[in-house]
Write a new protein. Sequence first.
Length: 250
Amino acid sequence: MKPPEVLLRGHGITRRWGGLVAVNDVSIELQRGALHAVIGTNGAGKSTLINILAGETPPSAGSVELLGQDVTGWTQPRRARAGLGRTYQRSTLFPDFSVFENCRLAAQARTPKPWAWWRDAQHCEASCTAAQAAATRAGLADVLDRAAGLLSHGQQRQLEIAMCLATAPAVLLLDEPLAGMGAEETEPHAGAAVELKDGHALLLVEHDMDAVFRVADRITVMVNGAVIACGTAEEVRNHPDVQTAYLGAA
């Protein structure tokens, strides 16, 4: 049987701010075709971990590998061009631009062409094709011409994922994509995240425990910057340390 393909690996990641250890010796592997969730209470170190993996915060110790290459010293834009995409807790859209234009700009950022200053970027075939495909996969094909600021909250979260997909990533880091959604929106959006596994490795940081346990292939549980458990949903659910620290002891 062929071993799973690891697209992103963090090894021994530690981040200190003075005397505060926000992330303490955390290792994690993201495999193609799998959704790996990271959960924990506020202050557990989840956001710091995802920022380190994305290249926005340098680690104090440890390393990050993307597609088999050490990228620990790489900037966030360089990692993005190499195949790593991420979404944020807060919307990062251009509200006055259409859904299509938001996606096209994201695609254009993947392969900028500053030397072609005489060419209308709106007519770049590669960027337009990538934008169309990303919006369609994210379920926004029917609202391509709608201004991003007029979308519902759930659609705006979909657009953020579409913009991420437009950059042709191999790895997707999704930072609380279900935040602010009602129950009627959560289920379809959680299902959409599962569909993104095809061809990608996914990291999901999320507070909606019900959704996490439904969709995650593996779950890492953090407390006070450290990992206390990692495994399948069933293994994590039954782990005594998790029940005590996060889920509540029986």
